[in-house]
Design a protein around this ligand. Structure first.
Ligand SMILES: [Zn+2]
Length: 246
């Protein structure tokens, strides 16, 4: 929601989301500038929350200075998680070793503050699993925009992670993801927009926004033979629990 693409109609977007019963919105940071913006929005709107983190694309930004700033920002009660953090070996916009170091440092930060993490993972299953396993279940969080296989999903759940599906689950060609969604219990599942990206099939081509989230719930309902309400209720409960939102 902190994207410039919402500057002209942010109030309306939030209203439209409410109309679709998408009430609490967690805006996820990916670089320092973006984290500030997410927090600013969370201060402005009662139902909005923020996370702070340096995305693997921007891993070189995670300096001692940035960490100092993060520690200060974490005093704000509306900051509910560390993320997006992780590894992206698909686009490799930062060197692998830098990505790994930034990931580990931010996982430790989350442990220190007893906060969940939001993990971004592209083509990096093995390294992600190895690194989070080293934290011996002291870390909890979310596998965001899940795109791995069922084996990875199960291992993540064993370590205390939730599996989060975004708009790409609604794409007809995403059969592998459909299979994973069928096998993951709703108790271990979240839904998200990844807005402004990954617009659900029905709205494809447009900017993605929070009011389109029910399309993801609908798809999961179809795949798992559950009602949309059941999917919506359970995934909201899971989200509130992991982010500690009242
Ligand atoms: Zn991501």
């Amino acid at each position: 929601m902190q994207s410039r693409r919402f500057d002209k109609d942010r109030d309306l977007v939030i209203k439209r989301a409410k109309k679709e019963k998408v009430i609490n919105i967690v805006n996820v940071g990916f670089d320092l500038d973006n984290c500030y913006k997410a927090i600013e929005l969370a201060q402005t709107y009662k139902d909005l929350y923020a996370t702070i983190g340096i995305h693997p694309h921007n891993a070189t930004q995670l300096t001692t200075e940035t960490l100092k700033i993060f520690r200060k920002l974490l005093k704000n009660p509306k900051v509910v998680a560390i993320g997006e953090i992780g590894l992206d070996y698909y686009r490799n916009l930062s060197p692998k070793e830098t990505q790994k170091q930034a990931f580990k440092t931010q996982l430790s930060l989350a442990v220190d503050h007893d906060l969940p993490v939001i993990i971004h993972n592209r083509n990096a299953d093995a390294d992600i699993m190895q690194i989070i396993s080293n934290f011996k279940k002291n870390i909890k969080g979310i596998m965001h925009c899940f795109s791995s296989d069922i084996k990875f999903a199960k291992r993540s759940i064993d370590l205390g992670f939730l599996i989060s599906f975004a708009g790409n689950l609604t794409y007809p060609k995403a059969r592998n993801l459909h299979d994973v969604a069928k096998l993951v219990d709703l108790q271990n599942m979240l839904i998200e927009t990844d807005s402004p990206w990954l617009t659900p099939q029905n709205m494809r081509g447009k900017r993605n926004e929070s009011s389109y989230l029910p399309y993801v719930a609908q798809k999961i309902g179809i795949l798992k033979n559950e009602t949309v309400d059941e999917v919506a209720q359970l995934t909201s409960t899971n989200a509130k629990k992991i982010f500690n939102i009242p």
